[in-house]
Design a protein around this ligand. Structure first.
Ligand code: SAJ
Length: 417
């Protein structure tokens, strides 16, 4: 490799993290080849269109195309960056099949002196135990680092540039090399550590959030028991300078927070009980929503038949429905024999058919707000004669609540149940 020419980077996996990362690297002057096994996605990207919505991504892609090309297979490069998903198996173990396949796809093109960066979330130890073991088959000297992504869907582009980053090197030399690459576009601090510490940091971050949400969820249940409003209580407790209680809700969705902490629980020899309790508590929340709904209907001598689910995105104002609690709420209601229709202003594909907001408003006799989309704060729910509107996220405004009167039930508010 000539020292003077522009290094080439192959980004394997063009999803929510890989695609914007490939674009940022291309804009920083690297020649980037984005690799994905999805033929449709590659065709789409070659035409200059984005396969999913993320604010600013379309313009970022368009501005990167000069240095960015796409391929179904890795081609020789100086640097390989792996950003493929790590889902959970049915038994809640980490499913490393995509990481393994991506790593194997590099083996035939790995050359002496290459740098391999793993960004996929993995369990502590996987970078060396899995990725390094596979790359060993190439029989060449290369550098390897683990660099967890930290971007927040909906603000991915901003966070990729401005968040602090962590580079976990299998060797210090590898870490220093990777740091130089991220420095080309990242404006946050870049910290260096070893690979297993970086792996642990990533799962700690998401476990921290899961545990804190579980605490808020447990306290929300307690507030129903006490007949107090947990939202008011949390707002007041958070006035303490060292308290930051998270928000309760219908459960925890997204591709990270409900899943990654299982990677720690999965290390059976470690016997991590506290985290497991939090995960299970959050997983039980959709059932709690259904029970709250049924009890509230009973208290009102009302037999709902047609239930509208407002919001199937896993969190507010995004189009992403992965692991959304709405799926579990809708499934349980459907199993109990209720007619369920879902609506969402942003999500385009979902396991249940999606209806327009106006259609479900005139069709339903009861509503469950599962996602706190900002738009829902201006929906005139009171005009449709609903006997029951259950708000699972404290979405509604004081005016909406007042107009709904006794029909309004709020998860965590024991004064409205
Ligand atoms: N949620 C609550 N209560 C809260 C906060 C969130 O019920 O107080 C729910 C949300 O509605 C959602 C779920 O939790 O259903 C997860 O949402 P989130 O906003 O906490 O996180 P994600 O999954 O969108 O993004 C997280 C981020 N991690 C942290 O904040 C520690 C992001 O920085 C990571 O890059 C991302 O996970 C990831 O890929 O790991």
């Amino acid at each position: 490799m000539s020292r003077a020419r522009t290094p080439t980077i192959s980004v394997i996996g063009l999803g929510y993290i890989g695609l914007p990362t490939a674009c940022f690297l291309a804009q920083s002057g690297y020649r980037v080849v984005g690799v994905d096994v999805d033929v449709k996605k590659i065709d789409q990207l070659r035409r200059g269109s984005v396969p999913f919505d993320e604010p600013g991504l379309f313009n970022l892609l368009r501005g990167s195309l000069k240095n960015l090309s796409f391929s179904l297979k890795p081609v020789p490069a100086d640097i390989f960056l792996i950003a493929v998903p790590t889902p959970l198996t049915k038994k809640k173990d980490i499913d490393l099949r995509l990481v393994k396949a991506a790593t194997r796809s590099i083996v035939p093109v790995l050359r002496k002196g290459n740098l391999v960066v793993l960004e996929s979330t993995v369990a502590p130890g996987n970078t060396t135990q899995v990725v390094q073991s596979i790359l060993h088959e190439a029989g060449v000297d290369y550098d390897l680092v683990y660099c967890p992504e930290r971007a927040f869907p909906g603000k991915t582009l901003h966070e990729m540039v401005y968040n602090d980053r962590l580079v976990g090197g299998v060797t210090r030399k590898a870490a220093l090399r990777a740091k130089k690459i991220y420095e080309k576009f990242a404006k946050g601090n870049i910290f260096i550590t070893d690979a297993v510490t970086a792996e642990l940091v990533k799962v700690l971050e998401n476990a921290y959030r899961n545990v804190n949400i579980a605490f808020a969820n447990e306290m929300a249940k307690f507030a129903h028991h006490l007949g107090v409003d947990i939202w008011e209580a949390i707002a007041l407790a958070n006035r303490h300078p060292r308290v930051n209680i998270h928000s309760p809700g219908p459960g925890v969705g997204g591709h990270c927070i409900p899943l990654d902490p299982w990677f720690v629980v999965g290390v059976k020899s470690a016997n991590v009980k506290f985290l497991k309790h939090a995960l299970l508590l959050n997983e039980s929340k959709p059932r709690f929503v259904v029970d709250l709904f049924l009890e509230a209907a009973k208290k009102r001598d009302f037999v709902p038949r047609k239930v509208a689910i407002f919001g199937v995105a896993y969190k507010k104002d995004v189009d992403d429905a992965r692991e959304t609690p709405a799926y579990y709420v809708a499934t349980q209601l459907a199993k109990l024999g209720y007619d369920v229709r879902c609506t969402d202003p942003y999500v385009k594909h979902f396991s249940f058919p999606l209806y327009s907001q106006s259609e479900v408003l005139v069709w339903a006799d009861a509503v469950i707000i599962v996602t706190d989309h900002t738009k829902y704060r201006s929906v005139p729910f009171d005009r449709y004669g609903f006997r029951l509107v259950l708000d699972t996220r404290n979405t509604l405004t004081a005016v909406q609540i007042k107009k709904l009167g006794n029909a309004c039930v709020i998860l965590g508010n024991g004064k409205r149940q």
